[in-house]
Design a protein around this ligand. Structure first.
Ligand code: CP3
Length: 348
């Protein structure tokens, strides 16, 4: 079998599959003991991301454990702002931080010119991952949306409310738009190089869509993402690669966001599967959307919710089972197996 015959690619092409293909956002990570065994050898997470062979091994871990239907490049969305010299580091238990965040418009004007070769370690990771994956298993490449990258770059760290970004947006919206343009261009070149290195599908993560109101969302999140998708679809190398868009709890209903060039919408667990199913039939694949928190509940609860989703989407050409957001470190790996068994053994 070739990658194009895999159930994941078939679903992205809106072709029927006998069972829904399954993968999980953040499937390689701290909930897996085998991940932690490797992670403990690195003080800084970013140093680990710069070791292509190690990253290939990490990407393979959830495939070997669960036989998932797609693999995702092991890296991070924040490699791009790091390549703009914002100085990304991960301090223990605190998540990502930037040594040189963007604090004023002149910081945007003075950003260095993006050189995709600075991210060579990511492209080497793609090559190494392809070598160790089963030949027909699709490999997903990814980037953050320009807005989500800008949010971290201006805040300088993760946050619940991102007050610095929201203030920057109010005071310096032109400068923010300039930054979003630079990030969209960089994401395009970055994704193109991922494709040339061997990825089969692209996912764009807009993890901070929920910070914005409807007007802001249109202007600062969706428009730059549309520009990025337009560039990808106008390029000879990238135009045939299916694109999945994840909008986390966006202020606009997911059914009103999907646009030309997107193959699949990845639904957050607050999005309505029922509305998406009605609106997207025969035009977009749907990925989602079990609340990751369900995986902390009893086996019966996991079975029930998983079966509800599988049943709701049964017969929908282009359904991919996933979580509504990334899997979290507090989830026991056996609970993931319960969920997978419920999907694969589903009969109604
Ligand atoms: O299997 C995979 O998905 C692994 C590849 C991957 C990582 N991050 C590895 C990672 C992917 C696709 C991401 C995407 C990512 N990174 C997003 C978008 C998805 C989402 O969750 O919304 C975002 C917002 C980030 C930024 C980021 N990276 C944060 C906020 C953190 C710290 C908190 C957290 O979620 O763990 C990271 C670190 C990170 N990226 C880890 C991993 C495995 C944990 C690092 C560690 O082991 O200490």
């Amino acid at each position: 079998m070739s990658v194009s015959e895999s159930s994941f690619i078939r679903a992205l092409n809106l072709e029927p599959t006998s069972k829904p293909p399954i993968w999980l956002m953040r499937q390689a990570g701290r909930y897996l003991p085998e991940y932690k065994a490797i992670r403990k050898h690195y003080k800084n997470f970013l140093d680990m991301c710069k070791e292509p062979k190690t990253c290939a091994e990490l990407a393979l871990q959830p495939i070997e454990r669960y036989g998932l239907d797609a693999s995702i490049l092991f890296s991070d969305i924040l490699t791009i702002p790091d390549a703009f010299n914002l100085g990304l580091f991960f301090s223990e238990g605190e998540g990502p931080r930037f040594a040189n965040p963007i604090t004023m418009p002149s910081d945007v004007d003075n950003l260095n010119i993006f050189d995709v070769n600075d991210l060579d370690y990511v492209f080497k990771t793609v090559e190494e991952t392809r070598k160790v994956l089963p030949e027909s298993l699709p490999l997903i490449g990814f980037c953050g949306s320009p807005w989500t990258l800008a949010a971290y770059s201006i805040e300088g760290a993760g946050s619940k409310t991102f007050p610095r970004v929201m203030k920057f947006l109010q005071l310096h919206s032109n400068s923010l738009e300039k930054l979003l343009g630079l990030y969209a261009d960089a994401c395009f070149v970055y994704l193109k190089q991922q494709v040339l290195s061997g990825i089969n599908v692209i996912q764009i993560f807009d993890s901070w869509a929920d910070l914005l109101n409807e007007d802001q969302f249109e202007k600062f999140s969706i428009n730059p993402t549309k520009n990025l998708v337009r560039m990808l679809k106008n390029d000879r190398v990238t135009k045939t690669i299916p694109i999945i868009l994840f909008e986390k709890a966006s202020p606009i209903e997911v059914t009103d966001i999907a646009f030309d060039g997107i193959a699949c919408m990845s639904l957050h667990h607050t999005d309505s599967l029922e509305n998406a199913k009605l609106k997207f039939l025969n035009s977009y694949a749907i990925q989602g959307n079990l609340d990751p928190n369900v995986l902390t509940k009893s086996d019966e609860d996991i079975n029930r919710r998983t079966r509800e989703i599988t049943s709701e989407m049964r017969g929908y050409p282009g359904f991919i089972f996933n979580l509504g957001h990334g899997i979290t470190p507090n989830i026991h790996p056996d609970k993931v197996q319960i969920m997978i068994d419920a999907i694969r053994n589903f009969e109604d």
